[in-house]
Design a protein around this ligand. Structure first.
Ligand code: MRU
Length: 377
């Protein structure tokens, strides 16, 4: 088991997330942050200090940090770091644009950057940087509380499902919507962590999530850290597992949810939703409110990040000596497409688990967030 990380207690600790790791910490009062370099997991714990807006942008773009809520939080701190050097209007706009351009799909990044900008824009220049740090801290603390609340609502849903049949509840998840993708608890994992903590027998099916393997490398690691039984499977086995009756519920995260309830998440989510519908398996999505894009009527308008073909054509691992090694999978010159996300239509989704409860459809979602759904948020 990897050694526990030493970190300053964060809001995560205050509501009981006792994970031995933190994706993001700000040492008390420091004007830098520390992140776990997620590219090294599960083989090594590597912490990286981020002390400039450029470094924050690189960490997001190169996926040292990833996951919708986490890139929002790192973006927010990136803007605070930019203002430490120059808090003028020009730098505020420049840094906002540069950070926003790092990854296009998850709306949390834009949401967090707008929130920091709006919190400081009307202040005297001398007060802007401190206010930005405070706002970024608040975004992190709120993220932890939101995820914990999702966990509480999700736990009720899992209890209900578990009560219907004997044996462990079999939950399928995709990619990593865990504590590593957030400031604490994770979204899709929060109900699982709470269920395990109260003694509910669980078995989690973890889809490997090609090409970057965030399921196999990150979700499996988080479940292992907490002692939750799990099995990794190849992405293309989800239909078979559901058809065999081996899955009671699918629970995934989201990168952006449109007003009509369409869900954009890691590539392969749509396939799982189709298989779930065909096999009568309930399909739920954990959705913190900053992931909802109220300005978008449907998922059609969501920009889908297209990444390097290298991620598909090579695989990164460790050799017997522990050295990181990249191995080619296809003949030289082979072309590959690498869409990072897909959109699952709302009709395939049985419920959106938010911090305010379980919304069964878009209407229920709007009713849950009247202050944002009416366009004021
Ligand atoms: O490309 P990534 O690793 O940033 O993608 C992450 C996902 O798709 C997660 O499922 C999503 O962001 C939800 S994280 C709580």
């Amino acid at each position: 088991m990897p050694a526990a990380l030493s970190s300053t207690p964060t809001a995560a600790d205050t509501i009981g997330d006792r994970a031995s790791y933190r994706a993001l910490t700000r040492p008390r009062g420091a004007h830098h942050i520390e992140v776990l370099d997620q590219r090294a997991l599960p083989h090594a714990i590597v912490k990286t200090k981020i002390a400039s807006a450029d470094a924050a942008a690189i960490a997001i773009r190169k996926m040292l940090v990833r996951g919708a809520p986490l890139i929002g939080a790192v973006g927010a701190y990136g803007l605070a770091l930019a203002l430490d050097r120059d808090a003028g209007d020009h730098e505020l706009a420049r840094a906002h644009t540069a950070l926003d351009a790092t990854r296009p799909t998850a709306v949390n990044l834009r949401w967090a950057l707008d929130r920091v900008r709006d919190a400081v824009a009307a202040l005297p220049i001398a007060e802007r940087a401190e206010a930005a740090w405070r706002e970024a801290d608040a975004i992190c603390a709120e993220d932890v509380a939101i995820n914990h609340a999702i966990g509480v609502h999700g736990l009720a849903m899992l209890r209900e499902l578990a009560g219907r049949r004997p044996g462990p509840l079999k939950v399928m998840t995709h990619c990593n919507a865990g504590a590593l993708a957030t400031c604490g608890w994770g979204t899709a994992t929060a109900p699982l962590f709470l269920a395990h903590a109260e003694g509910m027998p669980l078995h989690v099916w973890v889809s490997e999530t090609r090409p970057r393997l965030q399921g196999a490398s990150l979700t499996a690691w988080e479940l292992h850290e907490r002692g939750i039984p799990h099995t990794v499977f190849v992405d293309s086995a989800s239909g078979l597992l559901m058809r065999r009756g081996d899955v009671d519920v699918v629970l995934v995260g989201a990168d952006r949810v449109a007003r009509n309830g369409d869900v954009c998440n890691k590539i392969g989510t749509y396939d799982k939703a189709l298989a779930a519908k065909d096999n009568g398996v309930p399909f739920y999505v954990a959705v913190p409110s900053p992931t909802i894009d109220w300005a978008l009527g449907s998922g059609e308008g969501i920009p889908i990040e297209s990444r390097s073909a290298d991620e598909v054509l090579t695989v990164l691992g460790r050799d017997h000596y522990g050295h990181a090694t990249s191995v080619a999978l296809a003949p030289e010159g082979t072309r590959a497409v690498n869409f990072a996300f897909d959109v699952t239509p709302a009709r395939l989704v049985d419920g959106l688990l938010t911090e305010r409860g379980l919304a069964r459809d878009a209407q229920a979602l709007s009713a849950m967030f009247p202050e944002r759904a009416d366009g004021r948020g």
